[in-house]
Unconditional design. Structure first.
Length: 132
């Protein structure tokens, strides 16, 4: 109840309309089909402390000590689409991945990491905000 009153207050104070709509969205599902191909955490050394760290430029990601979940979140922010792993093994891994062209990325994930990348489309409920 308090949440509802606060929400209404802010919507009215800032003159915002709020609507829940269904949108078709695309994203990617990654499936590890050959876990032995995943790079172990000793392949890249960006830091001596063993913490998770990455470098990104226009064409590549180089990541040291990342879980599959952390890596999928990084890819999501770069690709501007949701990226999730399906049935992923536990562990910490290193990555050096091309990101400029999606088809090259898919090929590299398959060949070097044993990961299949599939584009999916789904209908999601999304909040839409607009100014009155």
């Amino acid at each position: 109840q308090v949440y509802d009153r606060l929400r209404e207050y802010f919507l009215e104070a800032y003159k915002i309309n709020l609507a829940l709509k269904k949108d078709t969205m695309s994203g990617y599902v990654l499936t590890v089909v050959e876990p032995r191909k995943l790079w172990n955490k000793d392949r890249i050394r960006l830091t001596e402390e063993g913490e998770s760290i990455y470098l990104v430029d226009d064409e590549n990601i180089e990541a040291d000590n990342m879980t599959l979940n952390d890596f999928s979140q990084l890819l999501s922010s770069i690709l501007k689409k949701p990226v999730t792993f399906k049935k992923s093994p536990e562990g910490i891994f290193d990555w050096n991945l091309h990101i400029k062209y999606v088809e090259l990325m898919k090929e590299q994930l398959r060949e070097e990491y044993g990961i299949e990348m599939q584009e999916i489309r789904s209908v999601q409920e999304v909040l839409h905000f607009n100014h009155r």
